[in-house]
Every structure is written in C-alpha cells, then in structure tokens.
Design a protein around this ligand. Structure first.
Ligand SMILES: [Zn+2]
Length: 223
C-alpha cells in the first residue's frame, strides 16, 4: 500500500474499458484477482522484482504504468471503419498509391516489450482512395494492441482491403524488437521484415515487384 489513503478497487487511469475484451481474471490456484486494482498488481510486480514500490522514485509508478499501458493498447477500442470515417473519396485512376515510412510502435504479446519501426502501405484503387493520414490511423488501430509483427502486418492489409475495396493491397513492416535486442537474442541492428498482400499484389508479379522495390528503397533512404 502506498500510504496515501485507500486504493480504489478499479483504476482511475482513464481510458474506455468498455470497448475492450473483458477477460475474467483467474490467478494461480484459483485466486480471484479481478477485484485487485491495476495499481496494486503493478506494485506487487515491483515487489516481486525485489524493489520497494513505496520508495520515492517508484511511488507513482503503478499509476503511470496503468496510464501508459492503457494508452499503448487503445487500439482495442478502435474499429478500422470508424477511424477512416468518411475520408473515402471517389477516384478513377488505377495507379498505385503508396504511403511510406509510417512510424509504428507496438508491444510484443510474448514479453510485453516494444517493437517499433516503419510501415509501408500501398494499394491500387478501384473507384476509391482513402485520405492519406487515415492510413497512419489504420496502422495505429492494430499497432496499439498486444501484437506479433506477422499478425499486425496481415491486419493492416486486411483492413485496407475491407475498407477501401481496392484492386490490391500490399503492406511491408520493418521493425526492431526490444525483447530480442535487450536480451541479446539478436544482433543489435537487425530488423525483422514482414509483408502481406491481397488481390492484384498476389496475382500480378509486376505489381508486387514494383511495390517491393518502392518499399525497399524507402527503407534505404535516410529518415
Ligand atoms: Zn517478444
């Protein structure tokens, strides 16, 4: 306990929990943890790491962690259609639209540690294009969740496919994984690259090559 009066049962860190999946807590040995506040859980974690959650520098840490984690997982409360809204415009040209170097920060679901990097999204319109800033918003919908990079890549591609109904879509994600880097599992500067395609990007080798060429040159340009 922090000694600052009673700890509320439910955290007051803000954020809309109603949209999040509600999972019943079941601790080890059937202990019900569902009524323990988020702050208390974080304080207990700090204790188990051999630290004192009541010392000066850590006193407000549980509260900060709760707020940070809610922010970093706010994608659970967002839907792709909602984020794009009415930012779909009629467009008759069928040239590739590409948004490069979208910044991405996510949390690996195996270690709850960050992975981060760049996302490149391209599609060939079939009557509609999406507002450019909305592509970045779509990335956030899925990046701000507990993720693995492969699924994140697929989910971004699928959401463009379903929202814009293009002839084809391609997504490349290049990311650094702190869970590997900090534990020395991987060389410090190696990135993991994943891609996902739909429609003409799968069927037409030239489209796919054009996209990958643009994505790779984006990777090499200074940012
Ligand atoms: Zn990990």
């Amino acid at each position: 306990m922090s000694g600052n009066g009673p700890v509320p049962i439910l955290g007051d860190g803000g954020g809309d929990r109603s949209a999040r999946p509600q999972v019943r807590a079941k601790g080890e040995g059937g202990v019900d943890l569902s009524r323990v506040s988020y702050k208390e859980l974080v304080a207990e974690m700090i204790r188990r790491l051999g630290e004192d959650p009541d010392r000066e520098g850590l006193r407000r840490t549980p509260e900060r962690v709760e707020r940070a984690m809610q922010f970093l997982t706010q994608g659970y409360g967002l839907e792709p259609e909602e984020v794009v809204g009415d930012a779909l415009f009629e467009e008759r040209h069928h040239n590739m639209v590409m948004v490069k170097d979208i910044e991405m920060y996510s949390l690996c679901e195996h270690h709850l540690l960050p992975f981060f990097g760049k996302v490149h999204v391209a599609y060939i319109p079939d009557g509609h294009i999406m507002g450019l800033s909305k592509v970045a918003r779509l990335v956030e919908v899925f990046a701000r969740r507990l993720q693995v990079q492969e699924r994140l890549t697929e989910e971004i591609a699928q959401s463009v496919w379903e929202v814009v109904h293009p002839q084809g879509v391609g997504v490349v994600v290049e990311a650094f994984h702190l869970c590997m880097m900090m534990r020395g599992v991987e060389k410090q500067n190696s990135t993991t690259i994943t891609s996902a395609m739909r429609g003409s990007f799968l069927e037409d080798a030239r489209t796919r090559e054009e996209f990958l060429h643009l994505a790779v040159s984006a990777h090499r340009s200074p940012s």
